[in-house]
Design a binder for this molecule. Structure first.
Ligand code: FAD
Length: 466
């Protein structure tokens, strides 16, 4: 039987934030564009089992936590407070549904064709697409962009069963509050999902191999965050190595090197994500991979095979949705002969705990290792009027500037709404601003961003409210 064949100018494999944005931008630039996605909903990890559902649960549980523990400080007494986990999960799912349908709408609006099925590269300009019923079709395309994302890394020898041994996907979908959730990995995903269930009453133990949680973040910020999280009730154990996980009918047993043993009803394995290229046929075409299994690309996201490029989590680097989206825009613009690029120095990272943690640029440790002489300015939220009115005084803003030129090299925030505050710092970094530029900008009063201005003033040795 003849296999149906279609032709496009620009075909994207994967409809996560990297892929769907690349497809929309390519269509805007006049390419006949298709996006192949194997899952029944568009949006990839981010919309379906990542950023959006995790933030939905974090926002619901933070509201619960605020009412339970913080309302009294405002003189508000609440009695009979309960949580309906099923309702909370339904709300999460309805947000995911609405947003993934939103991508379908955007595809229709911009004229992107969604090809439902699993893609396999069979030649530098040909992709075989297999749909859910096993039906096959062939796509030929002038440009191909791989945006197949990433998958969670299991603990060695212990596959995820999503019943007791959970990846982030399972931890997002629990139907009841665990008695004891053991989290392996003190990074963003472990801390965010740990926070969700801690706020609802679970005992949560975080096991981290490195000497502090959030390895890679500015050390001072990570240390202060750890203190705040311990105070919230997290049992955080750093510098510990898990040697084995055992599953039994009612729960899990986690063994630590040195002989300790923990009993929990679930273990969340949050030790990282790895690029996903299963069944893609990339290696067979001669596409090269780096040591961590990511697709190797040059500065213009080219794989070196035909006109095949790759973006997002599958090329490694910081696995972030906004990084993937910017690469999606860049790759489409490069294909159109424009100047597409991403300024990685100005890509912010956020951990949506409470308080939030956000950073852009390099940490103090990295900069000192690189030999920079620094001006360091810090401003605690306890000295910020608006943080006081919010009753959110934990944390600080830390500004790192080149002592010679004044140029901003890093901004790190632990505090309320850090995810929003970091946008100003990212913009400043994009404009190659100096600490002075931040310090002399007029900030409305009373607002949280004033803490950023004050930290910049502190870097210049002239903080006003310290
Ligand atoms: P993905 O989103 O993984 O999308 C890849 C798509 O490709 C998938 O839909 C997949 O089905 C499809 N695909 C794969 N192979 C094929 C094939 N052969 N054929 C057809 N389709 C295929 N990032 C943030 O920036 N902020 C956050 O708050 C945040 N929170 C997160 C929370 C969790 C719990 C997790 C797990 C991740 C979070 N991330 C967050 C990371 C973010 O989700 C990823 O960085 C982002 O989704 C990567 O986008 P991508 O387009 O590269 O890949």
């Amino acid at each position: 039987m003849a296999v149906e064949e279609q032709h496009y100018d620009f075909t994207v494999i994967g409809a996560g934030p990297g892929g769907y944005v690349a497809a929309i931008r390519a269509a805007q630039l006049g390419f006949q564009t298709a996006c192949i996605e194997k899952e029944p909903a568009l949006g990839g990890t981010c919309l379906n089992v990542g950023c959006i559902p995790s933030k939905a649960l974090l926002d619901s549980t933070e509201l619960f936590y605020q009412i339970k523990h913080k309302a009294a400080a405002h003189g508000i007494a609440v009695q009979g407070l309960t949580v309906d986990i099923q309702a909370l999960q339904r709300r999460k799912q309805s947000i995911v549904h609405r947003l993934t349908r939103g991508i379908e709408y955007l595809f229709r609006k911009h004229g992107v064709t969604w090809l439902r099925g699993t893609a396999r590269l069979v030649a530098p300009d040909r992709i075989e697409v297999t749909d859910a019923d096993g039906g096959r079709s062939m796509v030929t395309s002038r440009h191909i962009c791989i945006a197949t994302g990433s998958a969670p890394v299991p603990f060695p020898g212990v596959p995820f069963d999503e019943e007791r041994v959970l990846s982030s996907t399972g931890a997002l979908a629990l139907a009841q509050v665990p008695d004891h959730l053991i989290v392996i990995g003190g990074g963003a995903i472990g801390l965010e999902l740990g926070s969700v269930w801690l706020r609802l009453g679970a005992r949560v133990t975080i096991l981290e191999l490195m000497p502090t949680i959030l390895p890679g973040m500015d050390g001072e910020i990570a240390q202060q965050a750890e203190q705040v999280f311990r105070h919230q009730g997290f049992d955080i154990r750093t510098g510990v190595q898990v040697s084995a996980i055992e599953r039994h009918a009612e729960g899990v047993r986690v063994f630590l090197q040195g002989g300790d043993r923990l009993e929990g009803d679930y273990v969340l394995v949050a030790i990282g994500r790895r690029p996903y290229t299963e069944g893609l046929g990339a290696a067979e075409l001669g596409i090269r991979f780096d040591a961590r299994g990511g697709i190797s690309v040059d500065a213009q996201y080219r794989t070196g095979v035909g006109q095949i490029s790759a973006i997002g989590d599958v090329i490694g680097g910081n696995m972030l949705a906004h990084k993937a989206m910017e690469e999606g825009v860049a790759v489409a613009e490069l294909a159109a002969g424009k100047r597409g690029m991403v300024n990685y120095d100005a890509v912010a990272t956020v951990v949506y705990t409470s308080p939030e943690i956000a950073s852009v640029g390099r940490s103090e440790e990295e900069l000192r290792r690189e030999g920079y002489e620094l001006r360091v300015g810090k401003f605690p939220f306890s000295a910020a009027g608006r943080a006081r009115t919010l009753e959110e005084t934990d944390g600080l803003v830390k500004v790192l500037a080149d002592a010679r030129t004044g140029r901003l090299l890093g901004v790190h925030i632990l505090g309320p709404h850090a995810s929003d505050l970091i946008a100003e710092a990212a913009l400043a970094m994009e404009f190659q601003a100096s600490a002075e530029d931040l310090a002399v900008s007029v900030h409305a009063h009373p607002t949280l961003p004033e803490a950023l201005k004050e930290a910049a003033l502190a870097a210049l040795g002239r903080a006003l409210h310290l």
